[in-house]
Design a protein around this ligand. Structure first.
Ligand SMILES: Cc1cc2nc3c(=O)[nH]c(=O)nc-3n(C[C@H](O)[C@H](O)[C@H](O)COP(=O)(O)O)c2cc1C
Length: 198
């Protein structure tokens, strides 16, 4: 049984997994540069098919032109709270291997899956350092390709806000009401022995 962060599960899952969540209240302070690199370092230790490491990260620290540029890519609903994050990070994946003298480019079918593993490693390392990471698919993907100079062979996957917790009272009222850790479907409806159940 694990009971933490307003969440509970009947099995002895490490609290780290239930403590990680996606708040919108951030303190507005710029992230420490070493902490940011530690968090990205953890992300790049994620496993990937053939150790392709297809993830790429583009970041901007609060108070810089890079932060403002990355923020402008988010949908307005995300911009309004993510502006108080300490950094914004975009996760990009490489969809095919590089051309070498020996090999033509080959697709990396698991590029998004591998980038997802990196995002989770990032989120957990952030949690361990006292930060929160909040993923965002609410963004203008065409604008992201343009502003981040993303070439062919790469896909913009998601953005994330990274920062120290802030005061819920400082959020707009509608967001204050949503500032609660969410729950999960019962494991029995998601995990099956032998074949996929309905
Ligand atoms: C790929 C991805 C995209 C997401 N996009 C958004 C988003 O655009 N805006 C937002 O507020 N939350 C977004 N979220 C946060 C999810 O809603 C959140 O992770 C989910 O409700 C589970 O809650 P928890 O992370 O607090 O456990 C996203 C999360 C992921 C992983």
């Amino acid at each position: 049984m694990t009971n933490t962060n307003g969440r509970s599960t009947p099995r002895p899952v490490d609290p780290l997994f239930l403590d990680r969540w996606s708040p919108r209240a951030y303190s507005g302070e710029a992230i420490d540069a070493d902490d940011l690199m530690t968090i990205l370092d953890a992300a790049h230790w994620a496993p990937s098919a053939s150790n392709n490491q297809p993830w790429r990260f583009v970041y901007g620290v609060k108070g810089t032109a890079a932060f403002d540029s990355l923020r402008s890519i988010l949908v307005p609903g995300n911009q309004r709270w993510a502006k108080e994050a300490g950094a914004l990070v975009f996760v990009i994946s490489q969809t095919e291997t590089e051309v070498t003298a020996e090999h033509a480019a080959r697709p990396i079918p698991t590029h998004s899956f591998d980038a997802g593993a990196a995002w989770m490693a990032l989120a957990l390392q952030a949690q361990l350092l006292g930060y929160h990471a909040h993923g965002m698919a609410g963004l203008d993907y065409d604008k992201a390709r343009e502003l981040l100079s993303v070439p062919e062979g790469f896909k913009v996957e998601m953005a994330l806000a990274l920062g120290k917790p802030g005061r819920v009272e400082d959020l707009p009222e509608d967001l204050q009401a949503r500032e609660k850790p969410s729950h999960r479907k019962p494991l029995e409806t998601l995990a099956f022995e032998g074949k996929l159940g309905g």
